[in-house]
Design a protein around this ligand. Structure first.
Ligand SMILES: NC(=O)c1ccc[n+]([C@@H]2O[C@H](COP(=O)([O-])OP(=O)(O)OC[C@H]3O[C@@H](n4cnc5c(N)ncnc54)[C@H](O)[C@@H]3O)[C@@H](O)[C@H]2O)c1
Length: 369
């Protein structure tokens, strides 16, 4: 392995801890600086990480030693921060979605192409052993030709646990743009790109009440759909049915199921990196647990950046901008269709990212700095 990639983080909120935990286990990445609109949040991270500077956003963007900006701001700020980082000559990797709209996301991809820098984007969960083992099962022909998939994510709403849940209920949020990236990226990884979508959606309450933290009891306005269903028509002809809801208490439906000519596959939660893949072959008597056979073992949020660091120049990283853009256009299309009542064609495409062989790139947790 060559020199580690120097990373600067913009946005030190709830999710930053998970990235810090991964970076402590990844030799490919060296965190050098952090910034946030709220300087105290950046300082708190710097205090916790030896050798990491807390800077203003402008200072971080101007820092010569920052090679890649990790953008952990809220969705409404994703494009603005990414464009500033690209203008400063940095590679960017952002939390999902790539941007709040495809128009903004297109600007990010175009600017990056012109500047010759890489764009990566969460979710990198699809690189973990759960989705990659499922993908290998499909590629190895265990279910035959895939015909259809179902993807279900329901929760009564993130305001119950997130201290600042406003963004989940604004455009760029909602169950589809918040949780859909995991499911749609997994479906494209498993079944290939999507050519058209149909959707239906509802928006059930005008406000939500924060359930915990200093703002507990405060209400936040809801300006986005909170129950979204859709059908994705894959280029292969396979059909995926999507249910994404902030309006349902619990579900017994599996996160993702793939049905093929010769068998059905139960795929684990695409918001997690691991989990059991189960196969029910035609004529079988029960579900069989498949051995873990592919993906980054023992991984976590941030492994997609290590993957990007190892991507040869000129090649698209696996957790890359093209896939994130395609996923965003699919989700935007489902919402458009929900409001127009018409099927929406998807103009973009994305290759299935190269499969990840079973490998452990993490240092054992016990050796964490
Ligand atoms: N919270 C989770 O469990 C979770 C899980 C997976 C992904 N994500 C994603 O991570 C991202 C951040 O989520 P979060 O939960 O950490 O949010 P958060 O609100 O807790 O943190 C966001 C941080 O970004 C800062 N920020 C906002 N705009 C900024 C700007 N223009 N410049 C600099 N700093 C800015 C805020 O001050 C805040 O500290 C979102 O895209 C979300 O979808 C969150």
């Amino acid at each position: 392995m060559g020199k580690p990639l120097n990373v600067g983080i913009i946005g030190c909120g709830k999710i930053v801890e998970q990235y810090l935990a991964s970076f402590r286990r990844l030799d490919e990445i060296s965190l050098v600086a952090v910034a946030d609109l709220d300087p105290a949040r950046a300082q708190a991270v710097a205090d916790d990480c030896e050798g990491v500077r807390a800077l203003t956003v402008e200072e971080l963007l101007a820092a010569d030693d920052v090679e890649l900006v990790l953008n952990l701001t809220i969705p409404a700020a994703h494009a603005d921060v990414a464009l500033k980082a690209i203008a400063a000559g940095k590679h960017v990797y952002g939390e999902k979605p790539l941007a709040a709209t495809t128009a903004e996301a297109r600007e990010v991809l175009d600017a990056a192409k012109a500047a010759g820098v890489q764009v990566g984007c969460a979710p990198d969960t699809v690189l973990g052993t759960g989705i990659q083992t499922a993908r290998k099962a499909i590629d190895d022909g265990l279910i035959g030709r895939p015909i259809s998939a179902t993807a279900t994510m329901v929760t009564p709403g993130h305001e119950r646990w997130h201290p600042n849940p406003d963004f989940y209920y604004q455009p760029g949020g909602g169950p589809l743009l918040d949780m859909g990236p995991y499911y749609v990226s997994a479906l494209v990884t498993l079944l290939g790109p999507v050519v058209s979508v149909m959707g239906a959606a509802s928006h059930t309450r005008a406000e939500r009440t924060i359930g915990s933290g200093p703002r507990g009891g405060e209400t936040v306005p809801v300006t986005t759909d909170t129950h979204v269903t859709g059908v994705l028509v894959h280029a292969s002809g396979a059909l995926s049915t999507l249910v994404m809801s902030f309006d349902a208490v619990k579900s017994k439906s599996p996160n993702i199921e793939i049905h093929g000519e010769h068998g059905s596959l139960a795929v684990p939660d695409p918001n997690h990196f691991d989990g059991e893949v189960q196969l029910f072959p035609i004529g079988g008597t029960d579900w069989q647990i498949l051995p873990v056979s592919a993906g980054y073992a023992d991984s976590g949020r941030g492994f997609g950046i290590a993957d990007l660091a190892g991507t040869p120049e000129g090649q698209e990283p696996r957790a890359g901008g093209q896939l994130a853009f395609h996923a965003l256009e699919i989700m935007e299309g489902v919402l458009k269709s929900a409001h127009s009542g018409q099927s929406v064609p998807i103009a973009s495409s994305a290759d299935r990212p190269a499969a990840v062989e079973l490998v452990n790139i993490a240092r054992p947790t016990t050796l964490a700095r």
